[in-house]
Ligand binder design. Structure first.
Ligand code: 13P
Length: 256
């Protein structure tokens, strides 16, 4: 019997926003996302303000990053998982390709961030994905399994009961090129099978999001795939109507 997983849509705002723009965007979203799990990830400096505006709303908060080192201490410029929990964060994005590429985050740093989030009851959203060169070299499965196993090996497969995975092929991020639903499905299925080899129950339940140029007009076809459980949305999450259309497509894809 196949498990019916609920859908999740997370908007990753990246380094974009202002008090005025965030307030306008959030007031257009609040009250319009019923029936689907939705979270938004503003820059950390705006998390507390967003929390205020989302009071009473079902939209949850996600962080874009977290300190690897610990929950407090002399780490200038860092934000700990304890602080994220304090402002009401539910999800924490880790291992995003932009952090791996521009800030040198290794698989082992990502595993530390994963542990710090789980210590505070925050669900890590583990991003994995291959570059174009890796895809062309036929290394997709090798890359995503290395990225995921780096966490499973350190933290244990059982901890994935409180985590989310996001498959984000690097070549599809911000480029307008989306993986076809079939190509994305193949990687999602591969990731689920990789987990199933260790723990079938967790593999069936874990939410695996797709990210990379998800838009209002391609979301529905991605969401029909059996192993795609929602989306991690960048650019389109900054435009209220586009993000709402993606949330509504996720809701519509939930079978009876
Ligand atoms: P885009 O939707 O802008 O391609 O970004 C995807 C992404 O990186 C989400 O984390």
């Amino acid at each position: 019997m196949t498990v019916q997983r609920s859908k999740l849509v997370i908007g990753n705002w990246k380094m974009q926003g202002s008090f005025a723009a965030n307030s306008a965007l959030l007031s257009s979203l609040v009250g319009k996302t019923q029936g689907v799990n939705v979270a938004i990830a503003p820059p950390s400096v705006y998390l507390a303000e967003a929390r205020q505006q989302l009071t009473g709303s079902s939209i949850q908060l996600a962080a874009q990053n977290v300190a690897a080192e610990g929950q407090k201490g002399a780490y200038t410029g860092e934000t700990s998982a304890a602080m994220l929990a304090d402002v009401g964060v539910t999800y924490g994005i880790i291992g995003h390709s932009e952090r791996r590429q521009y800030y040198g985050e290794t698989d082992s740093v990502v595993a530390q961030k994963y542990l710090r989030l789980q210590e505070q009851g925050i669900k890590p959203v583990i991003c994995v994905g291959e570059s174009l060169a890796e895809r062309e070299a036929g290394q997709v499965e090798e890359v995503v399994s290395r990225q995921l196993m780096a966490i499973i090996d350190v933290c244990g497969v059982e901890t994935l009961a409180n985590a989310v995975i996001a498959y984000e092929p690097v070549w599809a991020i911000g480029t307008g090129k989306t993986a076809t639903p079939q190509d994305a499905q193949a990687v999602h299925r591969f990731l689920r099978q990789l987990i199933a080899a260790d723990n079938k129950n967790i593999a069936e339940k874990i939410c695996i999001l797709y990210g990379g140029s998800v838009k209002a007009d391609n979301a529905a076809s991605l969401f029909t795939m059996p192993d795609i459980d929602g989306a991690l949305v960048g650019g389109a999450s900054l435009v209220a109507n586009d993000f709402l259309a993606i949330c509504h497509a996720a809701k519509a894809s939930i079978v009876g």
